[in-house]
Design a protein around this ligand. Structure first.
Ligand SMILES: [Zn+2]
Ligand SMILES: [Zn+2]
Length: 260
């Protein structure tokens, strides 16, 4: 089935410098460009392409997080709670997981992944998510992986986007089919940056469409995105997926903004 094909990397290209480095020199750290010695490769394995120091910076201890939106919540031993926002405003997705807070080196590398359209960084982040959160993702029980879409115009100019590259890696790592084209973004929405929380939800309303003809009935979709802020985009995607018969939607993001 054509729509179950994994994402083609032709839309998400390695930069010329990455290709040159891969072909001409010994493996380098995808973050700081240091040569990877045998200790780095032993500790991190080649797929991550991270030196030990950068790997440690990206693998910080878990923090207590809201089950629904992955926002940081105060630690109350023995309890699992939703954040204040989720107790009053129900998002349309059911659960969210993020690799870590969208700060420091993680933030720097997510921005670089998007601006450079870096396949190496997308592969590193999806491998890191599968390693760190594989059991938690499997416990949620998703049946299919779907990336957050980019608008048609951006797809034309920049390719499928970082969410699609991440979703392909996560699907491969978890062993789930990926539906890269099930969602589409109708227009070129006004950028979310700078809008209030309610403005972000309003701005996304009606912007995402779930295409007909996909076997979504009674499925559990794992939505993949690079950064989760208020959850407005993922919530809109979850809303339209549920209209197509999806029973449950979980979200997986590389970074969760500390507030919002
Ligand atoms: Zn490094
Ligand atoms: Zn929450």
């Amino acid at each position: 089935m054509v729509f179950l094909m994994k994402l083609s990397w032709t839309t998400w290209v390695q930069t010329a410098s990455e290709r040159a480095l891969d072909l001409l020199f010994s493996p380098t750290c995808v973050s700081c460009q240091a040569d990877l010695d045998s200790d780095d490769l032993k500790a991190c394995e080649q797929e991550l392409s991270l030196c030990v120091a950068c790997h440690e910076q990206l693998l910080l201890p878990d923090w207590p997080a809201c089950r629904r939106c992955a926002a940081r919540v105060p630690e109350i031993p023995g309890t699992v709670s939703d954040c204040g926002q989720c107790r009053t405003n129900k998002l349309c997705f059911d659960r969210a997981l993020s690799l870590d807070s969208y700060e420091g080196l993680l933030r720097e590398l997510v921005i670089k992944m998007k601006s450079d359209r870096s396949e190496r960084l997308a592969r590193m982040f999806s491998s890191l998510m599968v390693r760190k959160m594989g059991p938690a993702i499997r416990d949620l029980g998703p049946t299919v992986v779907v990336p957050i879409p980019v608008s048609r115009w951006r797809r034309l100019v920049q390719g499928a986007g970082s969410a699609a590259a991440l979703a392909a890696g996560v699907g491969r790592g978890i062993g789930l089919p990926v539906l890269p084209r099930v969602l589409s973004c109708r227009h070129n929405p006004h950028p979310q940056k700078g809008l209030s929380r309610s403005g972000r939800f309003q701005n996304m309303r009606g912007q995402i469409r779930a295409r007909a003809g996909y076997p979504l009935m009674s499925s559990h979709v794992l939505l993949v995105d690079d950064v989760l802020t208020t959850g407005a985009t993922c919530s809109e995607a979850a809303r339209v997926l549920k209209q197509r018969g999806v029973t449950r939607v979980s979200v997986l993001a590389v970074g969760r903004t500390p507030s919002g």
